[in-house]
Design a protein around this ligand. Structure first.
Ligand code: DGD
Ligand code: CLA
Ligand code: CLA
Ligand code: PID
Ligand code: PID
Ligand code: PID
Ligand code: PID
Ligand code: PID
Length: 312
């Protein structure tokens, strides 16, 4: 297709730049400027809306392209192969083309809003400047091809199941865990801290398992889960906590999503995460909430998971 061909040209002009970026640099975990959690949540909300409007099949293919690209990483900077670099760009270009332009610009504008204007120049200072300019020039040509192939209306909203066993169980889970949810400091910057003692390649392995799980999820249920998160963001209070009803809808949506993939795919995520998150992290989280609320929530979760497993 046209976007695939354009991605090859983009690769010709941007792979030198890609090789110069130190993808293992811990700086990419930091906020791109002042830490402003509620504004950042707004930007993430725009990404969620864009994801929910995208063609689920193209999202799945983009996830698969990333998984493949992780498999061809080489060298100290963590760069993927030339072919996989092109394949990722093509896949993302197709995702962008599957949503109306305004949804893409809403992401750009809201991310710009949380990004210190000095950030792009600093990024450029870490690589060979002319290679960055060449890459950007090629991106501008690529985006014209994407725009030419872009839809003008969003895809239909998801079909949301109701009265199913997981939905019913989500009510009990949510009743048991909402007090715990209210204890959590959702606006803390602790969630952007590096995992103690873990390198980027080690963490990427666990993220790869999530990407694989995402690529196997039912597309309609993934879209429904994204829509539920968007709605939940709309009802947060000053501390970032969503309403009880929206919290329940998120749990129901995520339970159905988990049930749409094989158990081993879920356990691969759990086991790989357990390798990079040590007990100091979980103990620290536990120390910040009411222990009785956390225990009640955990009990609710372990009951819920049996219902999910039964419909898996
Ligand atoms: C950049 C953008 C990259 C900066 C990286 C910051 C992004 C951080 C994302 C943090 C998100 C946090 C959520 C993640 C989840 C965490 C969970 C815990 O370098 C601009 C200005 C605005 C920059 C900020 C906006 C960036 C938006 C990026 C898209 C959002 C993606 C979402 C990422 C999130 C994660 C994804 C899963 O646009 O951008 C560089 C540009 O900066 C440079 O400015 C441009 C002008 O916009 C343009 O008008 C023009 O002036 C151009 O062109 C210069 O500079 C000139 C000529 O006109 C060209 O023809 C050509 O010759 C060129 O020069 C060659 O040099
Ligand atoms: Mg990403 C984008 C890393 C998995 C879907 N992703 C980005 C970039 C960053 C990144 C490079 C955001 C920061 C930025 O804009 O820098 N993703 C990244 C990693 C992983 C991952 C490390 C781990 C596996 N992504 C992943 C998965 C999905 C996505 C699983 C779902 C399928 N990702 C996704 C989307 C988008 C990203 C939809 C974006 O739109 C965003 C992005 O790239 O926006 C431009 C700048 C970007 C780069 C350095 C890479 C692109 C290089 C272009 C083609 C040429 C360079 C131009 C110039 C020099 C800088 C960019 C200017 C900008 C205004 C366009
Ligand atoms: Mg998430 C999970 C935040 C958008 C899809 N998501 C998580 C949690 C974290 C979170 C609370 C990961 C850390 C963790 O396990 O803590 N998501 C979060 C935010 C946003 C967001 C702030 C922003 C809008 N998510 C989002 C979107 C999608 C997803 C758009 C795609 C539709 N998210 C998604 C999935 C999963 C998450 C599929 C998970 O599996 C993971 C998760 O919750 O795993 C358990 C612990 C979790 C919590 C504090 C909240 C859940 C409370 C449960 C139901 C009861 C508590 C049990 C116990 C006390 C603690 C957990 C024990 C553990 C062994 C299970
Ligand atoms: C400027 C000035 C003009 C010239 C110009 C110019 C530049 C404009 C630009 C630009 C626009 C622009 C847009 C970009 C948009 C990037 C969007 C990224 C979206 C990320 C998402 C992440 C996610 C997911 C995902 C799916 C999940 C939801 C999420 C589901 C269903 C200034 C050059 C025209 C770069 C969507 C993918 C996993 C949240 O206009 O003179 O330069 O860049 O998890 O969805 O699960
Ligand atoms: C524009 C203007 C509007 C019209 C429009 C428009 C276009 C927007 C577009 C577009 C946005 C867009 C985004 C693209 C982003 C591509 C990002 C590619 C990233 C590739 C990576 C590859 C890799 C790896 C990997 C992980 C490793 C690092 C690597 C570690 C730690 C402008 C059309 C709406 C194409 C990250 C995955 C293996 C490098 O808005 O008027 O057209 O395209 O090895 O990580 O090692
Ligand atoms: C300038 C002027 C214009 C011309 C121009 C210009 C240059 C702009 C530039 C540039 C922008 C730019 C951006 C770059 C962005 C790279 C983003 C990489 C993201 C990597 C990640 C990696 C990771 C992980 C991971 C998970 C870990 C955390 C991490 C945990 C818990 C100035 C040329 C346009 C290079 C996210 C995945 C392992 C961080 O604009 O005139 O030159 O470059 O380790 O999670 O540990
Ligand atoms: C233990 C001991 C036994 C008893 C037991 C026990 C516990 C097991 C447990 C547990 C397993 C478990 C699993 C959990 C899994 C969570 C998985 C989260 C996945 C997140 C994803 C994120 C993403 C996306 C997304 C889609 C994108 C890709 C991504 C596309 C196409 C120990 C109790 C049985 C909690 C997939 C969603 C946006 C990456 O076994 O005696 O306690 O918890 O962006 O994909 O866009
Ligand atoms: C298990 C054992 C196997 C069988 C199995 C199994 C099950 C795994 C499961 C499962 C995993 C799972 C995960 C679920 C996660 C639910 C997470 C809910 C999160 C809700 C949030 C709500 C909110 C917001 C929001 C953003 C705000 C904060 C809030 C800020 C900054 C165990 C079946 C495979 C259900 C985060 C969105 C508005 C709180 O593996 O043998 O069954 O379920 O307001 O952010 O303010």
């Amino acid at each position: 297709d046209e976007i695939g061909d354009a991605a090859k040209k983009l690769g010709d002009a941007s792979y030198s730049f890609a090789k110069e970026v130190d993808w293992n640099n811990g700086i990419f975990l930091q906020a791109p400027g002042k830490f402003q959690p509620l504004k950042a949540l707004k930007a993430i909300d725009k990404m969620i809306e864009m994801g929910a409007a995208a063609d689920p099949k193209l999202l799945k293919e983009a996830a698969e392209a990333h998984h493949k690209a992780i498999g061809s990483i080489s060298g100290p900077n963590g760069v993927t192969s030339r072919a996989d670099w092109d394949a990722v760009n093509a896949a993302l270009g197709r995702v962008v083309a599957s949503v109306p332009k305004a949804k893409v610009m809403a992401v750009y504008d809201s991310v710009k809003d949380i990004t210190d204007p000095k950030v792009p120049a600093y990024m450029k200072s870490l690589v060979n400047g002319p290679d960055a300019e060449k890459a950007y020039q090629a991106f501008l040509e690529f985006k014209d091809v994407v725009a030419k192939n872009q839809v003008t209306t969003a895809s239909a909203p998801a079909v949301v199941p109701s009265g199913d066993k997981v939905g019913v169980a989500a009510k009990a889970l949510s009743d048991a865990s909402y007090p715990f949810i209210k204890d959590i400091d959702w606006l803390s910057d602790i969630y952007l801290k590096p995992l103690p003692g873990k390198t980027a390649p080690e963490t990427l392995k666990a993220i790869d398992k999530m990407i694989v799980m995402g690529s196997k999820m039912n597309g309609n249920l993934l879209k429904a889960a994204a829509e539920a998160h968007h709605k939940a963001i709309g009802s947060i209070d000053a501390k970032g906590v969503t309403s009880a009803a929206d919290y329940e809808a998120v749990n129901a949506a995520l339970g159905r999503l988990v049930a749409s993939v094989p158990k081993s795919t879920v356990m691969d995520v759990y086991n790989s995460m357990a390798k990079v998150v040590d007990s100091t992290v979980t103990n620290n989280m536990f120390s910040k909430v009411n222990p009785l609320d956390a225990m009640a929530a955990a009990k609710g979760f372990y009951t819920f998971k049996d219902v999910v497993e039964a419909s898996q």
